[in-house]
Design a protein around this ligand. Structure first.
Ligand code: AVW
Length: 252
């Protein structure tokens, strides 16, 4: 009887650990990396080591963008660069739109998908990765996640070509906000003639294609690139998300 009870207890403990047990940061990183469709061409162990080198054993407010240079080099992009979508304040909407399509937002790339939604940092004198007690996004400029996303966004905008799309949030007064990653990093790196046009897509509400904020975007855009703006209903976007056979360009 004692043996049976012990076995039951062990079984319950194992089941609980599997169902409730959270992956550590490193496990989550490697799990997501290995799940990435074309990860066969990537070496997730090597990518992890390049990643942690950027911030481990360092002051978490002193991680510059270039700390991630070797990480970005170890996991080069291999998406369709002419199917690039940028976004600002519309992350979930864009995620839904590009799901099951070959159009690509940053979170569909290997490094983007691996680190999406995660927080991490190191500490001086420690070789560990921490997920608690890390600087907030705006606490200091050079914090590990912020510098990472700035660095990856730089690389993402650098490879974009032909006709690119930017999905903006029409429910706010400043859809093109000068303090965002799109405005500080990406818009400057979309170069002519590699990129021919930028199409802004916006659900008109507080803001629309005539808003002052979009005039600022137009002037921030590199000379030569054709600027288009399209207003589209939320219903149409939703319909398009649930119908991935419609080419994204036909959604607006
Ligand atoms: P965003 P962006 N705390 O919606 O134009 C934690 O403003 O900047 O769009 N994380 C934060 C914070 C914060 N206070 N602020 C921003 N973030 C992170 C890369 C958070 O993960 C793509 F290619 C939020 O979801 C797009 O074209 C993300 O930054 C463009 O840059 C975006 O904030 C979107 O950047």
């Amino acid at each position: 009887v004692t043996v049976v009870i012990s076995l039951v207890i062990v079984f319950v403990a194992v089941v609980l650990e599997i169902t409730l047990g959270k992956r550590t940061f490193k496990q989550e990183f490697e799990y997501r990396c290995s799940k990435f469709e074309s990860s066969k061409k990537y070496n997730c162990t090597e990518i992890w080591h390049e990643f942690e080198k950027a911030y481990v054993n360092r002051d978490p407010c002193k991680i510059p963008m270039n700390a991630y240079d070797s990480l970005v080099a170890a996991a080069p992009f291999e998406h369709a660069y002419n199917k690039t979508l940028f976004w600002s304040k519309t992350k979930n909407l864009v995620r839904d739109l590009t799901k099951n399509r070959d159009d690509v937002n940053l979170e569909k790339t290997l490094l983007g998908s691996v680190l999406d939604g995660l927080t991490w940092c190191g500490k001086m004198g420690s070789s560990e990765t921490f997920t608690k007690g890390c600087p907030e996004w705006n606490e200091c400029v050079n914090n590990p996640p912020r510098s990472f996303w700035n660095r990856l966004s730089t690389a993402f905008a650098d490879v974009a070509c032909e006709d690119v799309t930017l999905i903006l949030d029409g429910s706010i007064d400043t859809p093109f906000n000068p303090s965002t990653t799109f405005a500080t990093i990406e818009v400057k790196r979309i170069k002519y003639p590699k990129v021919k046009s930028l199409t802004v897509v916006i659900v008109p509400q507080k803001s629309n294609c005539n808003s002052e904020s979009l005039k600022a975007l137009k002037s921030a855009l590199v000379q030569g690139i054709t600027y288009n703006c399209k207003e589209v209903t939320e219903a149409k976007i939703k319909k398009c998300s649930s119908d991935p056979k419609t080419p994204i360009g036909k959604c607006w």
